[in-house]
Each structure stands twice: as structure tokens, then as C-alpha cells.
Design a protein around this ligand. Structure first.
Ligand SMILES: [Zn+2]
Length: 359
């Protein structure tokens, strides 16, 4: 079968041996797979990613061997391996969290030498993790379940009380998923900042109430304009707190993932702000702890999602509660993956590119 393979630091197209499902596994045909920012990061910072995996006790990628990326997928059942229930007939469209259940425990799909990701014509999934795609949802849109789940999880981890005013920094796929999840949770107004006009427009489509161009106005200043306490809230404050600016609690989502952003947030955030770090910065970074200390900032790092959050995300897309389709800006075949990686560098042209291996 054909696949776009990460080999010697580049994405190349080649043939791989056919796959055979093991116990509890199904063989699937890959219908659609989103290209994730993490895949771009992984290509650029593969060695660092492997080093960090070792530090947290995960099996690192062996970069001298092939890796097939692709963890945002929708597939079709082809065949069942031994010890399966046959719950879904061949031809059924399914999604799954990108993990394979093995006798040694769960293993990731997509950043692994052993478990082929979805930039290939076929892959193996664990039957126990499959979710049927409902409502005749197209594979392209079902493939957006994974990136939406990242936002759903980030908002879940924020422990929302209901009175916060959120500020989303960065409106790439991660920021957009966070905005969609905030909307579902009913927070208002959602303030979002991005330098790219195309991404700001997309943020509005997904539910941002106020969009800010950081080149023109300071995101925290715009946030403060929309975070004023009501007279009743002001009056209810105890005496010491009443001496602080009358602003609602700040809930900041960092969705950029480059060095320097955390320090900018430490500088701009109001006292007692909660910062949820969703952006994946792959390099060493510097921030001044004293700023966090003096403002008593609360920083929550997040990764991935739970199986329940994943299932919820598929349902939100299938029922039209989230217009995930708005994120898709192009589709390519396996031969187009390398160019798509290059094209994704321009935020004006692309948000989410979907790979359709059988195109
Ligand atoms: Zn992803």
C-alpha cells in the first residue's frame, strides 16, 4: 500500500507492506486524515520530541526508521482480526482515538515506528475503541473530531465557573477548537486574537464574539474592555479586592506554542488569571516566575482528551453544533502531503488540510 512516510527528516511517498490485523484489531481503509500542527512540529523537531518522550517514560520514535504520521482520521472497516466481535460490518465508517490496545498496554498511532498513522491507504485500529460515524457525516468532517476534542478537553481542564471572560491567543486549528468548545459551554463574550485576518474571520465563524488584531490593539486591553464587572459584582467585592480593577476573572488560552508567548502572557495577564496552555512549544522557553508569583497566576498545561471528550466531539460535529467544516481549506492525496506541509506555513491560505489517501 502507498503512504506518505516521514523518512530522514522529509515526507516521501513509498510503498509499505500490507497490514494484517492482530488480536482485537481491525484493518481499515483510511478515508480522510487532517494534517495537524503537531505533525509539522514533529517533522521539524523530531529529535527533541524523541528526547522528551524518553524523559516522560514513553517509547520514543526511532528516527532512523520510517514513521507514518496521521492521527486525525476517519476510516472504513475492511477486515476483522482474531478475537474481535465483528461489531461493525465491513464498509462501516468509524473514528477512533489514535491509540492501539496491545498486550503491552495502549500505544500511540501516528508518532510510532510500529503503529502506522493515517497518511497511508490502510491502517490498524483496536475494535474496542471504534466509534461509528453517525448521521451520514462525511469522512472529511468526521476527521475533525480529533482536533475539536483537543479544544473540548482544554476547556474542560479550565474548570469553568461561568463568570469568566475568555481570551484565546492564536486562532489556528487549536485556538478555533477552543473557541468552539467555549461557545458550547456558554461563556460570553469570547475574545480571540490573531495577526491573520483569515484566521480572525474563521474565529468569528466558530463563535468568537470579539476578534483582536494584536498589530493594532493590545489583546489584554481589548479583553479588559469586555470584562468589566456589573455594578452588582463590584458592590459584592470584599474591601481589599474592591481596590483592584473591577474586572471579571480572566481565562486565557495559549494556542500559539512558540517561545516567548508564556512570558508575554505573564506580562499582560491580570491578577489571578487562569492560563491554559494548549499550544505545543517544542523549544526551551524563558519566563519570569516572579510575575506569576506576584499576580498569583494559575497555569494549566493540557494534552489530548479523554475517550468521552472524543465521543462528545464527534457528536457535536455530526449534530451540527460545531461548524467544524469551516476549518477545512484544502484536500490533497498522498502525493500532496509534502507540499501541504509547506503550504500550512501560510496562515492566510490554510487552516486544516485533509489528506484523502485514495484520491
Ligand atoms: Zn492533532
Amino acid at each position: 500500500m502507498r503512504a506518505a512516510i516521514f523518512r530522514n527528516g522529509e515526507i516521501v511517498v513509498d510503498s509499505l507492506p500490507e497490514l494484517k490485523p492482530g488480536a482485537g484489531q481491525v484493518l481499515v481503509k483510511t478515508l480522510a486524515c487532517g494534517i495537524c500542527g503537531s505533525d509539522l512540529h514533529a517533522r521539524k523537531h523530531a529529535h527533541r520530541m524523541a528526547d522528551m518522550a524518553k524523559l516522560v517514560g514513553r517509547k520514543p520514535m526511532d528516527l532512523s526508521r520510517d514513521v507514518v504520521f496521521g492521527h486525525e482520521f476517519c476510516c472504513e472497516i475492511v477486515d476483522h482480526g482474531p478475537a474481535t466481535q465483528g461489531k461493525f460490518k465491513p464498509g462501516t465508517r468509524v473514528c477512533s482515538i489514535p491509540a492501539l490496545l496491545t498486550p503491552e498496554g495502549p500505544q500511540g498511532i501516528g508518532y510510532s515506528n510500529d503503529n502506522i498513522g493515517a497518511y497511508a491507504e490502510q491502517m490498524l485500529l483496536s475494535e474496542a475503541l471504534l466509534l461509528e460515524v453517525p448521521n451520514g457525516l462525511s469522512p472529511q468532517h468526521a476527521a475533525l473530531t480529533e482536533p475539536l476534542a483537543v479544544g473540548v478537553h482544554a476547556v474542560e481542564k479550565a474548570n469553568i465557573r461561568g463568570n469568566e471572560v475568555p481570551l484565546v491567543i492564536g486562532c489556528g486549528p487549536v485556538g478555533l477548537a477552543v473557541i468552539a468548545a467555549l461557545k458550547i459551554n456558554g461563556l460570553y463574550p469570547i475574545v480571540a486574537a490573531d495577526y491573520s485576518p483569515a484566521r480572525r474571520a474563521m474565529a468569528e465563524k466558530l463563535g468568537a464574539d470579539v476578534v483582536v488584531d494584536p498589530a493594532r490593539s493590545q489583546p489584554f486591553a481589548s479583553w479588559a474592555e469586555h470584562a468589566a464587572m456589573s455594578e452588582a459584582e463590584k458592590a459584592a467585592r470584599p474591601p481589599l479586592q474592591a481596590m483592584l480593577p473591577p474586572l471579571k476573572p480572566a481565562l486565557i488560552f495559549e494556542c500559539v506554542g512558540v517561545p516567548g508567548i508564556i512570558q508575554q502572557l505573564f506580562e499582560g495577564a491580570p491578577r489571578d488569571a487562569r492560563i491554559v496552555v494548549v499550544g505545543v512549544c517544542m523549544e526551551s522557553d524563558r519566563s519570569e516566575p516572579m510575575l506569576g508569583i506576584m499576580k498569583e497566576l494559575n497555569v494549566q498545561y493540557v494534552l489530548g482528551y479523554t475517550p468521552d471528550e472524543f465521543a462528545t466531539s464527534l457528536r457535536l460535529i455530526a449534530e451540527g453544533e460545531v461548524d467544524a467544516a469551516a476549518m477545512v481549506t484544502a484536500t490533497v492525496g498522498i502525493d500532496g502531503v509534502a507540499q501541504a506541509f509547506a503550504d500550512l506555513a501560510n496562515p492566510e491560505t490554510h487552516t486544516k488540510i485533509i489528506v484523502e489517501p485514495w484520491r
